[in-house]
Design a protein around this ligand. Structure first.
Ligand code: MF3
Ligand code: CO
Ligand code: CO
Length: 272
């Protein structure tokens, strides 16, 4: 399925894109963000995750785009919906969201061949202070990573900034999943690790596109994969949070392609 949806094939080398690529990513990133904006009023106690996924799929198709995850390596849904101790790749279905849950919804759309990949965290009704704190730490971790993105920096600078901040907040960074290059390919070079050493990894150059998508646990970092082959959960059953942007390296820094046009990349969380 990968080669049907990926209009170019993944290669080892890191692609450098020009103005046309930036234009393509702006459109794809914006639609992905608008899809999550559309879901926000539906992320409430009693909502079934499968119904949220249906809304996302219909929204994407109605906008003349394609859901990148549908059929990707055998995945059968449009979104990944990951509440509480699910780290990532939760499969939407019968599960119903409950008051106090924290939940990540991750969506990737394809517009004119370009992939817009983004995820956010919501609180379902009022959530416990430690859950809200985890979400705050996760968003700040993404910000710290983004702040490193400029020509001449290295991918390890991003990982180092995220890891050192997260650990200073007594949380942990998941090691088993990383950010990735993207563009006309969904998951491309380079890997963007959310931990690591300053000055290590690939050199950033203008025209590179990739995601930053840290997964942060309240407990320890190890994860385990459930029998469905997709759902990753924290081994210690601690809460986990994630947020994701697709970005491009510019001459002076970076451009975020997946900002919410209505300023709701970070949905407000009510405290219990
Ligand atoms: N959107 C996820 C990412 O951030 C990928 C999900 S792949 C799927 O890269 F097949 F699980 F949907
Ligand atoms: Co991604
Ligand atoms: Co994603």
């Amino acid at each position: 399925m990968t080669d049907i949806l990926d209009t170019e094939t993944r290669t080892g080398h890191i692609k450098l894109h020009g103005p046309e690529g930036f234009e393509g990513m702006r459109k794809a990133g914006r639609l992905a963000a608008e899809c999550l904006d559309m879901l926000t009023p539906h992320v409430v106690p009693g909502a079934a995750t499968g119904d949220l996924d249906d809304l996302a799929r219909e929204f994407i198709l109605d906008h003349g785009a394609l859901p990148a995850c549908l059929g990707y390596r055998g995945y059968t849904k449009t979104t990944c919906i990951s509440p509480n101790h699910i780290v990532c790749h939760g499969i939407p279905g019968e599960r119903v969201l409950r008051e106090g849950d924290i939940v990540n919804i991750d969506v990737t759309v394809i517009v004119d061949g370009y992939h817009g990949d983004t995820s956010r965290m919501w609180g379902v009704g009022a959530v416990a202070p430690r859950a809200k704190r985890l979400v705050d730490v996760t968003y700040e971790a993404l910000e710290r990573g983004l702040a490193e993105v400029k020509p001449g920096a290295r991918t390890g600078d991003i990982g180092h900034a995220i890891q050192s901040y997260v650990e200073s907040m007594r949380c942990s960074v998941v090691r088993d999943f990383c950010g990735h290059g993207l563009g006309k390919v969904f998951h491309d070079a380079p890997n963007i690790l959310h931990f690591g050493q300053k000055g290590s990894g690939e050199l950033l150059r203008p025209g590179m596109f990739f995601t930053i998508e840290p997964m942060v646990n309240l407990g320890k970092h190890p994860v385990k994969l459930l029998a469905d082959g997709w759902t990753a959960v924290t081994r210690d059953k601690s809460l986990s949070a994630q947020c994701e942007h697709s970005v491009g390296v510019t001459e002076t820094g970076y451009e975020v392609f997946t900002l919410s046009p209505i300023g709701e990349f970070k949905p407000a969380i009510q405290s219990a």
